[in-house]
Design a protein around this ligand. Structure first.
Ligand code: AMP
Length: 354
């Protein structure tokens, strides 16, 4: 069902992704209503309305749902089942959310789609972890199953001596242990899918991380990734179809010697797609709004010769005077208050003109 411009779109989560979704929706004449427990989430600065309530507050979610024509979410670490109340209006649906919010479920699901992930084990105890180290060998990375992002809730095990410290570091929470992938580079496939199966991809960015957080995305990607993009796109589409996903879905890959290996999926717009705001005919944010409102797809063609996007993490944002003085820099500041270490405060995109 088409949701026409003028309608109100609900966005669950009020971070920078919600902010950029809201801005894209406003361009198309929609109003956005943000649902977020914080006092002043940065998305609310650019939205028509904000409900401040906990994600478990079913009554507040019901009222929010009554006031919007379609609802979407900008992050996946939401309490299980809380969004069932919105199920009729939620795009993508709760299935994409449920799969993406638990690393063990996610990996099983991806394997079930016939798509390779790093060898892994489910970890519920220190004994499980010892057995995993025995089976997978070192190095391995231990990741909490839920509520981990940007390298949080992760600990590396480089030898058996690290096992107890790693288990303590993740506070003994349910986890997965993954074999370290020997990769040449990392890249992502960002796909937008419509309810009737239409879909579009952007050029795949090559992604460089620092301390487990995305640092830079570059388009076009280098040869190591480029040669794997076709296979990776087919895998991402299989995953999107199996989820019956509507909207943008991002799949992060390692370009390994044996082909693309999925690191993780995000059932939403993604940091590695921020370059599309200026670097593609239609941005990931606008395309997500188009898909959930059932408007026709926009072109995802890259403009010029590509783009480079760099995150402003924590005190990086103090560079803003220099960056706004760079006439070719597209500077995005998210309007967040305190520049805590590891917090995403903004990003900058430079286009490569032909
Ligand atoms: P994640 O939060 O799972 O995306 O991990 C953050 C970053 O840690 C990834 O982008 C990789 O650079 C690195 N990493 C995570 N898992 C692995 C792995 N199994 N092998 C090698 N590097 C990894």
């Amino acid at each position: 069902m088409t949701v026409s411009p003028g309608a109100t779109i609900g966005i669950i989560g009020g971070g920078q992704l919600g902010r950029m979704l809201s801005m894209a929706a406003a361009q198309l004449g929609y109003k956005c209503h943000i649902f977020d427990p914080h006092e002043r989430p940065c998305a609310a600065d650019v939205a028509a309305a904000h409900t401040r309530a906990d994600f478990t507050d079913v009554e507040a979610l019901r009222r929010f749902g009554d006031g919007v024509e379609v609802a979407t979410y900008e992050f996946e670490n939401l309490p299980a089942g809380a969004l069932d109340i919105l199920a009729d209006k939620l795009r993508p649906g709760t299935r994409s959310l449920a799969v993406a919010q638990d690393r063990a479920d996610e990996k099983s699901f991806i394997e079930g789609c016939g798509v390779p992930v790093a060898p892994w084990r489910r970890i519920d105890s220190l004994d499980d972890l010892r057995a995993a180290v025995e089976a997978l060998g070192c190095p391995i990375v231990l990741k909490t199953r839920r509520f981990g992002y940007d390298g949080k809730g992760q600990a590396w095990i480089r030898s058996e001596a690290d096992i107890t410290a790693a288990w303590d570091a993740i506070k003994g929470k349910p986890a997965v242990a993954e074999a370290a992938v020997d990769f040449a580079a990392e890249f992502s496939v960002i796909v937008a899918r419509w309810a009737d199966g239409r879909h579009s991809f952007w050029d795949s960015p090559e992604n460089a991380h620092r301390d487990g957080i995305l640092h830079r995305s570059t388009v076009p990607c280098g040869e190591a990734c480029a040669s794997q993009v076709a296979t990776a796109r087919a895998s991402a589409l299989r995953i999107a179809e199996a989820l019956d996903h509507v909207g943008v879905l991002t799949v992060e890959f390692f370009a390994s010697g044996t082909g693309p290996i999925v690191n993780e999926i995000a059932p939403r717009v993604h940091n590695s797609g921020h370059w599309t705001i200026e670097g593609a005919v239609t941005s990931q944010f606008e395309q997500h709004i188009r898909a959930i409102c059932d408007l026709p797809p926009g072109s995802t063609e890259t403009l010029g010769a590509g783009a480079s996007m760099e995150n402003l993490i924590g005190s990086d944002v103090d560079r803003w005077p220099e960056l706004v003085g760079d006439q070719r820099a597209h500077v995005h500041l998210y309007g967040k208050g305190e520049a805590r270490p590891g917090r995403k405060m903004g990003h900058v995109t430079w286009l490569r003109l032909r």
